[in-house]
Every structure is written in structure tokens, then in C-alpha cells.
Design a binder for this molecule. Structure first.
Ligand code: ATP
Length: 317
């Protein structure tokens, strides 16, 4: 079940494409998320270990005489399709950077739930960069795309790269964690409704001000060592997310989801990023299948599905 992080897949048409170009982009979870102090620019200093999983959005790009976006799936009818959408912001950013007109017809098929702590919006921005780069034949290298991605959002560079990676700064400085070819198996338990990321950070600040936050996840060394051992029980003990208490404080019912996962035999359960999605670590693919089914049967979440990681970032398919 390992999806190779094949460099070949990054090959893009050299002279642009008549389209359609189809790009698949994964969701992310954070295996480790240490939230440091608030910086002068209002962002928190982070140390995180990102992990791309096999839950995907797909963006197609065709030539057009204007820049337009249509969509289907998660969030359709709810998400704006104007310049507030990160897809259009990313397309315009690439056009500005490469000094060309942003002309494309874009269509988004969305499976990643919105405001879920899975960085779906950032994933779509990464997909737009990769799709328009191929459609327009601008041929920026992966590193240059990742640099441009940082100007769009903190998680966007990681979603250009994918795999498992260490993120620092506000998350935008990304360095890959050596891939070993090992796959980890997860269950993604999606909640009803979303959580606003800034609200969750504010709640954490509030809990810390009142001495009500547990000790921080701290350094990622233990998690990085666990990844090298290929033993899910070892990884289970090393997962950590400083935002989890804040997400639970805002959405206490998530405790029921986490408890249900433990009762169903998950090796570990954790809130994904700022939540409210919870992810559970399974021993293998079959275990993930049965866990997902049991979480649904227990009514512990809106939906639950197995996923594996690490997988590649935004790629032309
Ligand atoms: P974060 O990356 O902060 O963890 P998240 O995963 O919790 O975010 P997203 O799905 O990325 O949440 O969406 C955050 C907000 O971004 C949404 O509430 C939405 O208003 C806005 N947004 C803009 N474009 C998109 C998009 N293409 N998909 C999802 N959200 C978008």
C-alpha cells in the first residue's frame, strides 16, 4: 500500500498544456505539533511534523479567456468561488510571479472537509500552483513553487512537497523527513461542522494564560525516532498535539470521539491540527478498515474512512 514518492511524477510538460491538467493533492495531519509563543507578527512559532495522507482533492485546469473556478463535493455551495478562495489566490500569485495573465478554467472536486484541521484550503492552493504551472508551462521547480506557496499560507509549501516533513517558523519552513518506504495506517474521523484555526489558537493562549494547558509536546525528537522504528505501537506513544486541549475545550464532544476510537481498539487517537477531525492510528490496513466501520457504527463522528501515509504532495495525474 506504499505510494512511492516518485520524483518522475514531478515532470511537467515543458511548453505548457492545452489542458485539461488534473492535479491530485492530499490532506495533511500533524503527527507532532508544538505551539511556541506568539511572535510579533501575530503568528505562533511552531515545530510540527506534517504527514500527507491518502484523502485527496482534485483540481483540473483548462485553457480559458478568464480565470474561473467551479467546484463539487465537500463545501460546494458554501465556499466562496471568488478571490477569497485559496485556489484563485494561488493561481493569481503564480501569474503575478511569472508575469503573465491568469487565464484558466479551474474545477475543484473536493473530498477534504473544510475547516477540519486537514489543511484542505492549503491543499487546494498547492494544487492550483502545480496545475497552473503545468497549464501555462511556467515550469517553476518544486522548490520555487514551495517558496511561492509560503506567501499564500503556512501549510501550502508542505502540500506542494508531501510525504512526512518537519515544519518550523509558522509551519512554512519545511524539510523532508527521510522516507523509508513504510506506510502508516490511519482512520480519519470527520466531525459535524468545522473549527476556525485562529479561534483554536486563541483558546490555547487563553488556557495557557490561566495555567490550564497541559505541558507542551516540546521537541519532535521522540516522534522522529518513532517514525524510524516502523512499529505502530511506538509511534502511537509519540504522537502529540498542543492544539488538542484547545480544540476539546471548544468542542467537548470530541472527547466522545477519541474515547470511542480507544474503545474500538485504536492504537492512538489525536485531534488533527486545529480540529475538529480526529485521526486514529491502526496496526495495518485491515485494522483501519474495521476501526472506521466501528466508529461509524458507534455514531462517534459524521464519517470515518481509512487512509494511509505518507503520500506525495500535489501532483499532475
Ligand atoms: P488550517 O490549514 O488552518 O488547518 P483547516 O484545515 O482547518 O485549516 P481549511 O479547510 O483549510 O481548514 O479552510 C480554512 C478556511 O479557508 C475555510 O473556512 C474557508 O473559508 C477558507 N478557504 C478558502 N479557500 C478554500 C478552499 N479551497 N477550501 C477550503 N477552505 C477554503
Amino acid at each position: 500500500m506504499t505510494e512511492p514518492l516518485d520524483e518522475e511524477e514531478y515532470e511537467r510538460p515543458r511548453l505548457g498544456s492545452a489542458g485539461p491538467v488534473r492535479v491530485r493533492v492530499p490532506a495533511k495531519i500533524n503527527l507532532h505539533l508544538h505551539v511556541g509563543p506568539v511572535r510579533g507578527d501575530g503568528f505562533h512559532e511552531l515545530v510540527t511534523v506534517y504527514h500527507a495522507i491518502s484523502l485527496y482533492d482534485e483540481l483540473s485546469a483548462r485553457r480559458g479567456d478568464r480565470l474561473t473556478l467551479t467546484m463539487e463535493g465537500e463545501g460546494a455551495g458554501e465556499l466562496p468561488l471568488d478571490d477569497d478562495n485559496l485556489v484563485l489566490r494561488a493561481a493569481r500569485a503564480l501569474a503575478r510571479y511569472t508575469q503573465r495573465q491568469p487565464l484558466a478554467r479551474l474545477h475543484l472536486r473536493k473530498q477534504i472537509p473544510i475547516a477540519a484541521g486537514l489543511a484542505g484550503g492549503s491543499a487546494d492552493a498547492a494544487a492550483a500552483l502545480v496545475a497552473c504551472d503545468a497549464l501555462w508551462g511556467t515550469n517553476l521547480g518544486r522548490d520555487e513553487l514551495a517558496k511561492l506557496a509560503a506567501s499564500i499560507g503556512s501549510d501550502v509549501p508542505f502540500l506542494v512537497l508531501g510525504g512526512t516533513a518537519l515544519g518550523t517558523g509558522r509551519g512554512e519552513r519545511v524539510s523532508p523527513v527521510l522516507a523509508s518506504g513504510h506506510s502508516w495506517h490511519w482512520v480519519v474521523a470527520v466531525a459535524n461542522g468545522g473549527l476556525s484555526t485562529p479561534t483554536v489558537y486563541r483558546e490555547l493562549d487563553h488556557l495557557r494564560d490561566y495555567g490550564a494547558a497541559p505541558p507542551s509536546a516540546g521537541s519532535p525528537e521522540r516522534l522522529l525516532a518513532a517514525l524510524r522504528q516502523h512499529d505502530p505501537a511506538v509511534l502511537a506513544a509519540a504522537l502529540g498535539n498542543d492544539l488538542q486541549p484547545a480544540a476539546l475545550s471548544l468542542r467537548p464532544e470530541l472527547r466522545h470521539t477519541l474515547d470511542a476510537g480507544h474503545a474500538a481498539g485504536a492504537l492512538a487517537g489525536i485531534v488533527s491540527g486545529s480540529g475538529p477531525t480526529c485521526v486514529f492510528l491502526a496496526a495495518d490496513a485491515r485494522h483501519a478498515e474495521s476501526l472506521a466501520k466501528e466508529l461509524v457504527d458507534r455514531g462517534a463522528c459524521r464519517s470515518a474512512q481509512p487512509a494511509y501515509g505518507p503520500v506525495a504532495g500535489a501532483r499532475v495525474v
